[in-house]
Design a protein around this ligand. Structure first.
Ligand code: B4P
Length: 191
């Protein structure tokens, strides 16, 4: 089983690149953003709670997200590998993920971290907001709050995996295909 984390700030292209990586390598895609938006669309209690945080650009509480990932891992027990997109986002989530994978006698093979400047992130997300219907993409204040939340809480996750020598930095600006080629090369070295 080969498990990887696609890491990076909001708008860095995690969702875009995940689609291509799944098509090439056959990973099971687990995006906490997508899972949360699914709960919101179905107006579940979990979704209603999550929406309050997401609309302000804040992270959803750890216990909510960890519970969601835990059940997604259980329902996909036969997957040949997982691509975690947008998870883990805090050190607590990273430790919980390690424990969940250990129970399945597997682990994270690599974290690929996309690097993109703040101005490019804001530009991309405002553009996506014109068509996505996502309430967190239309307001520049909320977008900047998400980036600040990333800097305050999420960059620590890369430090966590660096101690195990599992992080590879990838330039996230350029064409989608050139970024995909760099991600694929990093995976092929370890798979
Ligand atoms: P997510 O759904 O994870 O989404 P994202 O970070 O906003 O975007 P992503 O990086 O996937 O960018 P994309 O490919 O779409 O998070 C949303 C919210 O959910 C969070 O703010 C948080 O509240 C909550 N949440 C999720 N996971 C959580 C967790 N684990 N814990 C707590 N809370 C959690 O690309 C963006 C745009 O750029 C697209 O329009 C795309 O077309 C464009 N683009 C991509 N690559 C490009 C390139 N190379 N050049 C130009 N444009 C490009």
């Amino acid at each position: 089983m080969f498990n990887l984390i696609l890491f990076g700030p909001p708008g860095s292209g995690k969702g875009t690149q995940s689609e291509k990586l799944i098509a090439k390598y056959g990973f099971k895609h687990l995006s906490t953003g997508d899972l949360l938006r699914h709960e919101i669309a179905n107006e579940t209690p979990l979704g209603l709670e999550a929406k309050n945080f997401m609309d302000k650009g804040q992270l959803v509480p750890d216990e909510v997200v960890i519970g969601m990932i835990s059940s997604a891992l259980d329902t996909n027990a036969d997957a040949k590998g997982f691509l975690f997109d947008g998870f883990p986002r805090t050190a607590t989530q990273a430790e919980a993920l390690d424990k969940l994978l250990e129970l399945k006698k597997t682990s994270i093979a690599i974290m690929l971290a996309l690097e993109v400047s703040e101005e490019e992130l804001v530009k991309r997300l405002l553009k996506r907001g014109e068509t996505s219907g996502r309430s967190d993409d239309t307001n520049e204040k909320v977008i900047r709050a998400r980036i600040t939340e990333y800097q305050n809480k999420t960059t620590a996750v890369a430090d966590y995996y660096k101690q195990f020598d599992k992080v590879e930095m990838i330039k996230g600006e350029g064409t989608i295909d050139s970024i995909f080629a760099a991600l694929s090369a990093a995976i092929d070295k370890r798979i």
